[in-house]
Design a protein around this ligand. Structure first.
Ligand SMILES: Nc1ncnc2c1ncn2[C@@H]1O[C@H](COP(=O)(O)OP(=O)(O)OP(=O)(O)O)[C@@H](O)[C@H]1O
Ligand SMILES: [Mg+2]
Length: 304
């Protein structure tokens, strides 16, 4: 496995990690996310267009900003897809060295007036700009709703002016970077698209909703997880051939991909015996773990 290029403490403020691309670790992430192949191809193609078309076509003809936004419920694989996408794009341009920077928006927020705006401006105008001038670059803006807050929904508590200005700064910087660096691609993710400023969404070249897995996807995720475990605990493999495996798949419907993988972990923890020797886990343990997870799910509320 190949890890990130630079340790977090050596990076500029707001940059959480840096990867050299392509990177097989990120390629595994792309493969691990079970999703409609048509949707995956569309995502990859849009990202490739950013590097084939944007540098060669005037913005007055095609006003591309180099931003792709992935939205969807928590645990649907958005961050994994974004990282994997960076790898797949770099694979398509094997002759040039690309890099991936991961931005950590929460580290930019400050309670003192003006500081968030400055931190956001510094991140885009200095750190990202410098990196983009060194060569083709992909930037992951995870949980972008914390950076590009919907200005129309700001209330008067908690420094609204600063948050307002920080969003303004993001938009101004996106416009400047889009003009200056055609070989720069932002991949943004959010669980709360309704909390993102509409001017940011308007700048996105593609907004893609990442859905909850359908029944076939649930089956594939469950199988991938159990087969992966079977590399270490071989008896687990038999669960996918059990007559009631179909019931487990059906029961998974409505869960996100993260939750499906977690119910497998819960099944391993069903008894002291299974915890000690996971080879002893049964289809009943799995079914009960899924049923419990669904029964205990908190009702999804929307963040203001
Ligand atoms: N469609 C899927 N297929 C396979 N695995 C999935 C899928 N969706 C999620 N997972 C698994 O769930 C875990 C969480 O994925 P990830 O962090 O990418 O989700 P996310 O959408 O970014 O979540 P959040 O919105 O909470 O940040 C990963 O281990 C991932 O492999
Ligand atoms: Mg995420």
């Amino acid at each position: 496995m190949t890890g990130p290029l630079i340790a977090t403490n050596a990076l500029s403020k707001g940059i959480h990690r840096e990867w050299a691309l392509p990177n097989p670790t990120l390629g595994e992430l792309w493969k691990s996310i079970v999703m409609d192949e048509v949707q995956k191809t569309q995502l990859l193609s849009q990202a490739v267009v950013n590097f084939t078309v944007r540098p060669r076509v005037n913005r007055s003809i095609l006003p591309l900003h180099g931003v792709i936004l992935l939205v969807g419920a928590p645990g649907t694989g958005k961050t994994s897809l974004a990282r994997g996408l960076a790898h797949r794009v770099a694979e398509s341009f094997s002759s040039c060295r690309m890099r991936l920077l991961e931005v950590e928006p929460h580290s930019l927020a400050s309670s003192s007036l003006g500081k968030t705006q400055r931190a956001v401006s510094d991140l885009f105008a200095q750190s990202i700009s410098e990196a983009a001038s060194a060569g083709p670059l992909i930037v992951l803006l995870d949980e972008v709703e914390t950076l590009a807050v919907d200005r129309s929904k700001l209330s008067l508590d908690a420094n609204p002016i600063d948050v307002h200005r920080a969003t303004d700064a993001v938009l101004v910087q996106l416009d400047l970077l889009a003009e200056k660096y055609p070989n720069l691609l932002f991949i943004a993710t959010s669980n709360f698209p309704e909390a993102i400023d509409s001017a940011f969404v308007s700048r996105c070249d593609l907004v893609m909703e990442i859905p909850l897995p359908n029944r076939e996807a649930c089956r594939q995720i469950l199988e991938a997880c159990l087969h992966g475990l079977a590399n270490t605990f071989p008896d687990i493999r038999k669960l996918t051939n059990a007559p009631r495996f179909g019931d487990c798949v059906q029961a998974c419907e409505g869960l996100d991909g993260r939750a499906i993988r977690k119910v497998v972990a819960n099944a391993l923890a069903a008894t002291r015996e299974t915890a000690t020797d996971p080879n002893r886990v049964t289809i009943d343990h799995l079914l009960k773990a899924i049923t419990d997870a669904k029964a205990n799910r908190p009702r999804q509320g929307k963040r203001a």
